[in-house]
Design a protein around this ligand. Sequence first.
Ligand SMILES: [Zn+2]
Length: 494
Amino acid sequence: MTDKYETVIGLEVHSQLLTLSKMFCPCGSDYQDSEPNTRVCPVCMGMPGVLPVVNKKAVNLVIKTGLALECEISPETKFDRKNYPYPDLMKGYQISQFDIPIALGGRLSIKTPETGGKYIRITRVHLEEDVAKLVHRKEPNGETYSLLDINRAGVPLMEIVSEPDMNSPEEANEYLTNLHSIIRFVETSTANMEEGSFRCDANISVRPLGSKKLGSKVEIKNVNSFRSVFRALKYEETRQRKLLDAGHNIEQETRGWSDDRGTTLSQRTKEYAADYRYFPEPDLPPILISNEWVKSIQSEMPELPAKKKERYIDLFGLSDYDASVMIGDKESTQLFENTLPYLSESMDQKDAAKATANWINVDLNRMKNELKYNWPEIKLNPKEFAKLIILVDDGKISNSMAKTVFDDMFVNGGDPIKISEDKGLSQINDASSIQNVVTETLLENQSAVDDYLNGKDSAVRYLVGQVMKKTKGQANPQVASKMVTSALIKQKTQ
Ligand SMILES: [Zn+2]
C-alpha cells in the first residue's frame, strides 16, 4: 500500500444472546436446530393486538457485555421501532434501540505492528430482535420463489458498534478476534460464526493522508467469517485507492461480499439512518437500570482475556505469543488452568506451564483442526493430561511416542500409562538393554564408525538414529546418544 492514503474502518457486530427464549415472547431461541416455523407464536409472527414482554436475561447479557467493554451503562434505556418494508420483517418494523442504548462509550485494546497497541473506542452496545429468514428456491422448470422461516424472528441480538478507529484490515481482524474472545469469556453469546450467531458489517473509507474529513464510506454486509471480513476489507481498500488514483469519486453504498469471486459487489446506494423513521416503541416502557443491578452483574464478571494473558506471562512465564494463542479460546485456558495443579508436585511451575501451553497450542489445536472437533467432543481431561506431561518430563516416553498417546487421549480419553502400554510405547531406559543394541548397531555399521574415526562427528547422529530404529523408537534418545558416543571414543583411543 502506498502512503498517500489512510484507510478508516469501523465495525458493527451482531451477536446472538445466550438466552433460552426469544426477546419478547416465550418461544425457544434455538432456531438453528429446529424445523422451519416451529418456534413461533402470535408475538413473533407480528399479529395485530399482541403485546411484547422484555426478556430480562437478554438485558442482563447486554449490560455484562457493555461492562466487559468498559462502557457506561445507561441508568434509563428504551426501545424504538426501526421501520423498513421487507418480507423478513413480520411487523413492518424491528424493535431496536436508537438514541438511548443500554451501553455507551467503551473501549477495546488491540495490538498493532506499528505502535505496539492502541484502543478502539466502542460507540455503543444495544439490544434488538433478529428478523425472519428468507429461503430462496428454484424449481426444475426454472420457476423461482421465496419461503419464510419465522423461527429466527424475535431472537435477541446485541449490536456492538465501534468508532472508525481502525486503519487497516489487519487491525480490524485483531479487533474482531479480541471482541469474539471477550464475548466467549463472559458467556453472553456462543458467538459461533458458522451458525450465524456472530455476524459482521464493516464500514470502510479511504482518504488522503493527513485529511481530517472522512471519505465516502462503503458498507460491506453479510460477512460470516473472520477470514472473509479480512479478505473483503483488503479487496475494498485496494478498489477504493485505485479509484482515487484514477481521479474518480467513491460512491457511498452498500456492497455484498462474494467469497467465491473474492470481490465485493454493489447492492444499494445512498442509504441514510433517517430512512428508517425511528420512533419510540409505544408497547414497551423504558427500563430503569439501577446501580445495584449493574453492581450485581459486575460481581459475576469472570477474568477477562487481556487480564488472563498478563497473568499467564507474569506468573507462569509464558511468552507473549503462547499467552495470546491460549486466550483465543476459553476452553483452552480452562484446560490449562485445571491441569497445572496436578503438575505442582512433580515439576517447577514455569516448566509445567510451558509444557502444558505447548501441548495445547500446538498439538491440541492441530487435532482440533484436523478432526474438526469442538470442545464437548474432546475427551482429554486435566488429570490424565498431567500424567502424560509427567511421563515425558521423567523421560519415561519420548516426545514422538507422547504425541501418539496424546492423539488417542484427545479422541478417546483414558490413562496415558495404559494407552502407552497397550500400544507398546514405553521407553527403554534400562542401560543394559540399550547397550546390547548399541554394540550390535556399531558392528553392523562399520563404515559409519570409520567415518567417525576419520573425524566426521555427524556419524554419531546417524548411529543414534539406527539405534532408535532398531528399538522402534523406544530407546531413550539421550541415553542412546551417550552410549554410542562413549563406545566410539573407546574405539578411537584403542
Ligand atoms: Zn414467539
